[in-house]
Write a protein that binds this ligand. Structure first.
Ligand SMILES: *[C@@H]1O[C@H](CO)[C@@H](O)[C@H](O)[C@H]1NC(C)=O
Ligand SMILES: *[C@@H]1O[C@H](CO)[C@@H](O)[C@H](O)[C@H]1NC(C)=O
Ligand SMILES: *[C@@H]1O[C@H](CO)[C@@H](O)[C@H](O)[C@H]1NC(C)=O
Ligand SMILES: *[C@@H]1O[C@H](CO)[C@@H](O)[C@H](O)[C@H]1NC(C)=O
Ligand SMILES: *[C@@H]1O[C@H](CO)[C@@H](O)[C@H](O)[C@H]1NC(C)=O
Ligand SMILES: *[C@@H]1O[C@H](CO)[C@@H](O)[C@H](O)[C@H]1NC(C)=O
Ligand SMILES: *[C@@H]1O[C@H](CO)[C@@H](O)[C@H](O)[C@H]1NC(C)=O
Ligand SMILES: *[C@@H]1O[C@H](CO)[C@@H](O)[C@H](O)[C@H]1NC(C)=O
Length: 678
């Protein structure tokens, strides 16, 4: 056993012998924590597991007292003068319920351990309303008061006072201390939850009481906070009890008052406490709460507001992303009106991967509607004009009611700011021009071509004559003819050009349509009629039969091939079949091919009156009526029964086509126009 340990054990036994000794032998004691202290406790007073002495807690209207268990002699005889004494203790007043100060505590010397149970905090558990101030009390106390009770003349809510028989202090001072190397007092807050030290010293010869307060870290100040000349001899009886007293608050502002260590001595200086050996204060709820309020709550608020902002941003982004224009008049078109969001989802956000094609009027995307798994083609048309939109949508919707096996069904539409979306049924084989020009996926044979021609003709006839209204397509051309699974030709994109009659589109001229398909009188007057459609159909016939575009551009403008002119020159040279698509070789029906080419020329006549109607076109195609011979066209005019006697000679024809050609060159000032109209 080490010497140190032996000394420690001896010291331990010494303390216990002193504690257990008779009152007369008592000279002093020291508690570094109250673990095995055998204090006399009443009321709310307890010793916690780790050795803290707690005088009261938040239970209301109660008192708590903790006394050294044995009486202490303060005088040699009952009427001699009181001995000197000295005490030091470390305390902490911890606000537990609110940040409002609760009651304080008092160091007390009293003739009995049985002090009042009257739990009003102003009496500090020392006296009650009846006994306060009575000379028979024989109570001396130093109060550490953290609440200002006006009725007992407290100076403030944070003071130290010397009390004799009454809680009305003889002298008191705001809690503060005089640092040794400083000339002024530094304030302290008693109920800060911080540990503090208090010294109470009585000089029996000088009859002076000194009370000194200091924070835990400070050395004992040389200058006491309170220094009172007062003879305690009449107050102190021969044997007295020393301890601590407090009363809990009647209000919701309880505090816990802790004493961590205590030393006391009569006729001498109390042994100094070893601050490092004192028990630890528990972590307190209010501290956690305050941390919650100072750190947690703002953090939560920040997080919450962040979440909220991002939520709102997300919502707005979504709203903006899926924003559409919906006006009241459109409500009538309910079923034809698509939600932008649905189209967005169907086309996977209009991804490039699903881009089917790009035309003069906009881009076309493939999509699958999530609701019914229907494959659709969504055409995005940029459009900024709001005037005329109402009429146009009305037309679109009525077109949506068209039903013919050679028309691409229009399912509906959607409008966004500056954008119009048309939803068509998806045609699996794509557009006809990809089967004709450049490197076709596969070349259509003659009978397939003829069937497509016949189909488109019958679709156009339906639009012109067989439906309740006359519908002018305005943009008949190979790229607007789509092929379904069975390679049936179906006209799509109808009515679109009409949109640009109303609105404006920067890259097109005021006349909308596609160059090479525009009837001369249409580009002159801007008036679309069924015969302007027939004119375009004529160009389409030549396209299909020749496998060439109406205008084939070369590097030199003079070398551009105007299909009509070329077919016409072939015919004039007496070999119209020379114009038939080379890719077909000889695999075609000569009579049909000749008829189609001649019909193409006839439909492309510059005089609208000479062009046949779609009904006549169908009769020729079906072979029910023979195509008139082109050479005696002069008499052909009357033969077609197209009215007026105005003789349009055969010689007119080349000049008619020349008219077109001139016009073409007038119009195609720049190649940009060519690239604009596909
Ligand atoms: C206060 O202490 C007393 C005695 O130890 C105990 O009975 C009571 O429950 C405590 N009250 C609170 C609120 O902790
Ligand atoms: C504790 O104090 C009581 C009197 O309050 C006494 O009877 C008892 O013997 C003491 N016990 C110890 C261990 O000091
Ligand atoms: C009290 O002290 C006085 C002298 O100061 C003495 O005369 C008197 O007898 C004492 N009284 C008692 C009860 O001892
Ligand atoms: C304590 O004092 C009360 C009255 O204030 C009394 O009723 C009680 O008996 C006393 N108890 C003791 C142990 O003296
Ligand atoms: C002081 O208390 C005693 C006993 O408790 C009582 O007889 C006396 O009347 C009280 N004096 C005053 C002034 O209240
Ligand atoms: C001395 O007092 C002044 C004024 O109260 C204070 O600012 C300063 O910190 C004190 N110095 C020390 C060492 O306590
Ligand atoms: C200390 O407290 C007193 C009373 O509360 C106040 O008057 C004084 O201004 C305080 N001093 C400092 C330095 O805060
Ligand atoms: C009390 O304080 C005064 C002045 O600060 C000092 O002279 C005196 O010695 C002190 N008394 C005790 C007992 O500490």
């Amino acid at each position: 056993m080490s010497l140190k340990l032996v000394t420690a054990i001896l010291a331990y036994f010494l303390v216990h012998i002193v504690v257990g000794a008779a009152a007369s032998d008592d000279v002093g004691f020291i508690f570094q924590g109250f673990q095995s202290s055998n204090l006399s406790l009443d009321g709310l007073a307890t010793v916690t597991n780790n050795g803290l002495l707690r005088i009261t807690n938040t239970t209301k209207f109660r008192t708590g007292h903790a006394f050294y268990p044995n009486p202490i002699n303060f005088k040699s005889t009952h009427n001699s003068s009181a001995f000197s004494f000295s005490t030091q203790f470390v305390f902490a007043i911890v606000p537990e319920v609110s940040r409002v100060n609760g009651p304080g505590i008092a160091f007390v010397i009293a003739p009995t351990r049985n002090l009042t149970e009257v739990g009003f905090s102003q009496f500090l558990g020392l006296v009650d309303g009846n006994t306060d101030g009575n000379q028979t009390n024989h109570v001396f106390a130093v109060e550490l008061d953290t609440f200002q009770h006006q009725e007992v003349e407290d100076i403030n809510a944070n003071h130290v006072g010397i009390d004799v028989n009454s809680v009305k202090s003889i002298v008191s001072s705001p809690a503060s201390y005089h640092a040794n190397n400083n000339n002024s007092f530094d304030n302290l807050t008693l109920s800060s939850g911080q540990r503090m030290q208090l010294w109470v010293e009585y000089d029996g010869a000088d009859r002076r009481i000194n009370v000194t307060l200091a924070p835990i870290a400070a050395a004992k100040p040389h200058t006491p906070l309170l220094s009172l000349t007062y003879d305690l001899s009449p107050i102190l009886k021969q044997t007295m009890y020393v301890g601590f007293s407090a009363a809990s608050s009647p209000l919701d502002m309880g505090t816990s008052q802790f004493v961590l260590g205590w030393s006391f001595r009569v006729n001498g200086v109390a042994q100094a406490l070893d601050l490092s050996r004192l028990p630890k204060l528990p972590r307190f709820g209010p501290k956690k709460v305050s941390k919650f309020f100072t750190v947690g709550l703002p953090l939560i608020c920040i997080l919450l507001s962040l979440t909220l902002t991002s939520g709102v941003a997300y919502y707005l982004r979504r709203k903006w992303k899926y924003a559409e224009v919906l006006e009241e008049w459109e409500l009538a078109y309910g079923p034809h009106r698509f939600k932008y969001k649905d189209l967005y989802v169907a086309t996977k956000g209009f991804t490039e991967k699903l881009l089917l094609g790009e035309g003069g009027f906009g881009r076309v995307y493939k999509g699958i509607l999530t609701t019914n798994k229907v494959e659709v083609a969504v055409k995005k048309v940029s459009h900024h004009a709001s005037q005329g939109m109402k009429e146009f949508v009305a037309e679109i919707v009525s077109i949506g009611r068209l039903s013919h096996r050679n028309l691409v069904p229009l399912l509906g539409y959607c409008r966004r700011k500056g954008e119009l979306l048309l939803v068509y049924e998806f045609m699996s084989k794509g557009s006809l021009d990809s089967f004709l020009f450049k490197q076709p996926k596969r070349t259509l044979n003659w009978s397939e071509r003829f069937r497509v021609i016949r189909g488109v003709a019958s679709g156009l006839l339906y639009l012109h004559e067989e439906w309740e209204q006359v519908v002018i397509h305005r943009d008949v051309k190979a790229s607007n003819v789509l092929l379904d699974d069975e390679l049936n030709g179906r006209l799509g994109d109808f009515g679109l050009a009409r949109l640009y009659d109303h609105g404006t589109l920067p890259q097109t001229t005021h006349v909308a349509g596609s160059l090479g398909y525009l009837a001369p009188e249409y580009s002159r007057t801007g008036k679309a009629t069924t015969s302007t459609d027939v004119y375009a159909f004529g160009a389409f016939l030549l396209e299909v039969a020749c496998g060439r575009r109406p205008i084939e551009t070369r590097a030199e403008p003079e070398e551009n091939i105007i299909l009509v002119d070329w077919v016409f020159s072939c015919w004039k040279a007496g070999n119209i079949l020379q114009a038939v698509d080379q890719k077909l070789g000889t695999e075609y029906v000569k009579e049909e091919a000749e008829m189609v080419l001649k019909l193409g020329l006839l439909c492309s006549h510059s005089q609208p009156k000479i062009r046949p109607s779609m009904r006549q076109v169908l009769l020729y195609l079906d072979g029910s009526v023979a195509l008139p011979d082109l050479s005696p066209l002069a008499m052909g005019i009357s033969a077609f029964g197209l009215g007026s006697a105005q003789p349009a000679g055969f010689e007119d024809i080349p000049s008619s086509f020349a008219t077109f050609t001139d016009q073409y060159f007038l119009h195609s000032v720049a190649d940009s126009i060519l690239s604009g109209g596909r």
